[in-house]
Design a protein around this ligand. Structure first.
Ligand SMILES: Cc1ncc(COP(=O)(O)O)c(C=O)c1O
Length: 361
C-alpha cells in the first residue's frame, strides 16, 4: 500500500526515510544481532544514541552552553506538574499566559501545587489569537512566566516571544519545537512531547538552564526531579530507548536537510499555501485563528456548515489525506503540517480544497 498524507495532530507523520532506516535495522542494530529495543540502556550502543541525541538538540536549536537537555517520560502533561514542582518555592508563585487548552491545563495543574497568577488570557475569544504585549500583566516577581508557543488545537502560535523583564520564560513547545529558530536564552525551561516534530510518543524533551538545577526541593518524587535526571544523563531509570532512538534519527534527518533555517523556510511555504487557499476562497473557508496569530504547524478553519465539514474530511480521506477533522472544542478542519509533512502533501490538500469548493460552494 502507498503512504498517505497524514495530517493528524499527534502522533503525527514521520519522515519516510527515517521509518525506512529504523526498519532496516529493526532486527539487527548495527551488527549486534539484537533490536535496539532489546539492548540494555546501560550498553554502549544506547549511550551513543543518548549522547548524540542530546548533542543534536543543542546543535539544531543553538542551545547555549549553560543548558542541559533531558529525555524524560510522562508526556508534556507530566511537565505541567514538574515545572512548578521544581521551580517554584513555597514563598514564590508563577505566572501563566492562557492561549489554548494545553496552556490552560498547564495552569490548572500548577495551581494544584503552587500559587499562580494569570498574566493574560484569550479564552473569552475562544483562543483565536495570541495576546498583545500590552495585554500581558506580569505579577510582582514570579518564578517564571509560562506560555505555550504553539496551540495545537486552535491553531495559533506566538510569532515572537514577549519581553517579561528579568524573569525567565517557561514554555510548552510540544507542537512547534524544531520548526523554526528562536533565542533559547529567553527560556529557563522548555519542554516538548516528541510525537509531533521529534519522533514517536513516549519521550519528552526538556531543555533547562543549569543554574535552575541547583536548589530543587528534595521532597518531591524522584522521577519529577530535573536535577536527578540531569545528574544521571537521563538514565536514572530505564528510558524510552526506542523513542529516543527514533528522535535521534529524526534530528539527523533534520540536520541533513539544512537544519532549522531550512525547516523554517519549508514550513512557511507549506502553511502559506494552505492559508492562501482559505483567504482566496471568498469566505467559503474561514480561518479560526486571527491572521497575526496563525500557526505554521496547525492550520484550523471552518466551512459554511458542519455537514460540509464532515463531508470534506470524509472525501479527503478517500483521496489519501487523513486526520483533517478539527478538535471538538474548535470544530471544523485542522491540517497539522509539521516538519515531516511535505510541500507535496500541502499542495494536494490545496488542490482538493479548490475542487471541493467548486462542487459545494
Ligand atoms: C501543545 C501541547 N501541549 C501538551 C500536549 C500534551 O502532551 P502529552 O500528550 O504528551 O502529555 C499536547 C498534545 O497534543 C500539545 O499539543
Amino acid at each position: 500500500m502507498e503512504r498517505i498524507f497524514n495530517f493528524f495532530a499527534g502522533p503525527a507523520t514521520l519522515p519516510l526515510e527515517v521509518l525506512e532506516e529504523a526498519q532496516s535495522e529493526l532486527t539487527n542494530y548495527k551488527g549486534t544481532g539484537m533490536s535496539i529495543m532489546e539492548i540494555s540502556h546501560r550498553a554502549k550502543e544506547y549511550e551513543v544514541i543518548n549522547t548524540e541525541a542530546e548533542a543534536l538538540v543543542k546543535d539544531l536549536l543553538d542551545v547555549p552552553e549553560n543548558y542541559r537537555v533531558l529525555f524524560l517520560q510522562g508526556g508534556a502533561s507530566t511537565q505541567f506538574a514538574a515545572v512548578p514542582m521544581n521551580l517554584v518555592s513555597a514563598d514564590s508563585h508563577a505566572d501563566y499566559i492562557l492561549t489554548g487548552s494545553f496552556a490552560d491545563k498547564a495552569y490548572q495543574e500548577a495551581s494544584k501545587l503552587v500559587k499562580t497568577n494569570i498574566a493574560a488570557s484569550t479564552k473569552e475569544e475562544n483562543y483565536n489569537r495570541i495576546p498583545r504585549n500590552d495585554e500581558i500583566k506580569v505579577s510582582d516577581n514570579p518564578a517564571y512566566v509560562h506560555l505555550c508557543t504553539n496551540n495545537t488545537i486552535c491553531g495559533t502560535q506566538w510569532q515572537s516571544f514577549p519581553d517579561v523583564g528579568n524573569v525567565f520564560l517557561a514554555a510548552d513547545m510540544s507542537s512547534d519545537i524544531m520548526s523554526r529558530r528562536f533565542d533559547v536564552s529567553k527560556f529557563g525551561v522548555i519542554y516538548a512531547g516528541a510525537q509531533k516534530n521529534l519522533g514517536p510518543a513516549g519521550v519528552t524533551v526538556v531543555i533547562i538552564r543549569k543554574d535552575l538545577l541547583e536548589g530543587i526541593p528534595t521532597n518531591i518524587p524522584t522521577m519529577f526531579r530535573y536535577d536527578i535526571h540531569a545528574k544521571n544523563d537521563s538514565l536514572y531509570n530505564t528510558p524510552p530507548c526506542f523513542s529516543v532512538y527514533m528522535v535521534n534519527l529524526v534530528l539527523k534527518w533534520l540536520k541533513k536537510n539544512g537544519g532549522l533555517a531550512a525547516a523554517e523556510k519549508r514550513n512557511m511555504e507549506k502553511a502559506s499555501i494552505v492559508y492562501d487557499a482559505i483567504d482566496n476562497s471568498g469566505g467559503f473557508y474561514r480561518g479560526h485563528a486571527l491572521k497575526d496569530s496563525r500557526s505554521l504547524m496547525n492550520v484550523t478553519w471552518r466551512l459554511p456548515n458542519e455537514e460540509l465539514e464532515k463531508t470534506f474530511a470524509a472525501e479527503a480521506a478517500k483521496q489519501g489525506m487523513i486526520g483533517l477533522k478539527g478538535h471538538r472544542s474548535v470544530g471544523g478542519l485542522r491540517a497539522s503540517v509539521y516538519n515531516a509533512m511535505s510541500l507535496d502533501g500541502c499542495r494536494t490538500l490545496v488542490d482538493f480544497m479548490k475542487v471541493f469548493q467548486s462542487k459545494n460552494g
